[in-house]
Design a protein around this ligand. Structure first.
Ligand code: NAD
Ligand code: MG
Length: 402
């Protein structure tokens, strides 16, 4: 059990404060001013949004990953007589993440850019709230070893993993057999294209892909949900967080997104976590754990739920899900290469340079071509990431739309 600081002094760093998870976190923080204060907020280059958040939450530091944007933010805050100190650059993200004053770090940067600041928080032994699944997918074993050696407290924010965390025994130690666990069932909404005819998927636009039926999220994770690569990344995330092999992590399509995931025990009991689909629930859960606090989300209305449906995932329609399972089974550099190729392909799709169904083709070709190697240091992981991006960009060019 962790030794919590007094309630009045829980200082929070939010990496990726201007995003969907970042702003939901600040919504929960604002409901509990006696309990949390904001030590640092960070963003990439959306200065206006971060300036607005600084004026509202008065953090000690604000960091723009982009140096030019930092200068702009400094000017905006000076004009508004805001006392927040502005820092710039990727290194400053790591500095605030490991600052001694910070107790809790919300890792909510999207993609590989979150790896180093999230690891900085882990290595400094912080309470780390992990939304940035890509960081764990890329560096799996190294990340979990860093958690173990620094005694950091790692809590999952991804709604499925947070649900599983809640459904596991309190003394769970990443050993499913010791706790009588048969398997984990990760639920998936199926995204916006669950029922779209395959032929129509050829021409879907970024706007179609980002119109998620249940969750309002950033653009990258919205496309990942549409391809179901998001669920694939979550299978890998669950493997590292909970210590189950790929064949004991099953995906169940559940379009209503009321059950957020389940643990299936050997006695036949299935323990699930249910709730309205709102990320403030897992965020508030992890922030206050092991206590419970209000999240701003209302009670679940059981009489308003018409049905709870379950389907098998369609691996043909969603080849990205199969690619992620394959990368997890291959191990070594494969998950980092999968993640890098996906980030490049999704960006090309969002920029209208690549068709939706070509995303999976680019990832498959990259995995095929990328050299297998050991991911034994973070520098090696970053090199695997860079090499896979190079291959993926070449594969995108071959398939790009004029
Ligand atoms: P988002 O796009 O809304 O926000 C991303 C944040 O990261 C922004 O603050 C942005 O400024 C910052 N950022 C982007 N690129 C950066 C860079 N190169 N350097 C530094 N900062 C950078 O994304 P989101 O939907 O909030 O998702 C954040 C993470 O949480 C992702 O890893 C996603 O998979 C995960 N997640 C999100 C949800 C959700 O409901 N949105 C649910 C589960 C998990
Ligand atoms: Mg999720």
């Amino acid at each position: 059990m962790i030794d919590f600081p007094p309630a009045s002094s829980r200082q929070l760093v939010i990496l990726g404060a201007t995003g969907s998870i970042g702003t939901s976190t600040l919504d929960v923080v604002a409901r509990h001013p006696e309990r949390y204060s904001v030590f640092a907020l960070t963003a990439y280059r959306d200065t206006e949004s971060l300036a607005h958040l600084c004026l509202r939450h008065s953090p000690r530091y604000a960091v723009m990953a982009d140096e030019t944007a930092a200068g702009e933010l400094r000017r905006l805050l000076r004009n508004a007589s805001c006392q927040t100190e502005v820092l710039g650059g990727a290194q400053a993200l790591c500095e605030v993440a490991r600052a001694p004053e910070a107790h809790m770090v919300m890792a909510a940067i999207v993609g590989a850019a979150g790896l180093e600041p999230t690891l900085a928080a882990v290595r400094a032994g912080k309470k780390v709230l992990l939304a940035n699944k890509e960081a764990l997918v890329m560096s799996g074993r190294l990340f979990m070893e860093a958690v173990a050696s620094s005694n950091a407290c790692l809590l999952p924010i991804d709604s499925e993993h947070n649900a599983i965390f809640q459904a596991l025994p309190d003394d769970y130690r990443r050993d499913p057999d010791a706790s009588g666990i048969r398997r984990i069932l990760l639920t998936a909404s199926g995204g916006p294209f669950r029922g779209t005819p395959l032929a129509a998927l050829e021409t879907v636009s970024p706007e179609d892909a980002c119109a998620h039926p249940v969750w309002a999220m950033g653009r990258k994770i919205s496309v990942d949900s549409a391809t179901m690569m998001n669920k694939g990344l979550e299978v890998i995330e669950a493997h590292w967080l909970f210590g189950l092999p790929a064949n004991r992590i099953e995906v169940v399509v559940h379009p209503q997104s009321i059950i957020h995931s389940m643990v299936d025990y050997i006695d036949g009991s299935v323990v699930a976590q249910l709730g309205n689909p709102d990320m403030r629930i897992p965020i508030a859960h992890a922030m206050a754990w092991p206590a419970r606090i209000g999240s701003g989300v209302g009670a679940l209305d059981f009489f308003g739920i018409s049905a709870l449906d379950f389907e098998r995932p369609d691996f043909e329609r969603f080849p990205c899900l199969a690619l992620a399972y394959r990368a997890l089974e291959a191990g070594g550099s494969a998950p980092a290469a999968l993640n890098a190729a996906n980030e490049e392909a999704v960006q090309a799709f969002l920029n209208r340079r690549l068709g939706f169904r070509r995303i999976a083709d680019v990832i498959a070709a990259t995995l095929e071509r990328a050299e297998r190697r050991e991911a034994s240091t973070i520098d090696a992981v970053l090199e695997i990431d860079a090499l896979a991006r190079e291959i993926a960009r070449a594969e995108i060019s071959k398939r790009s739309t004029p």
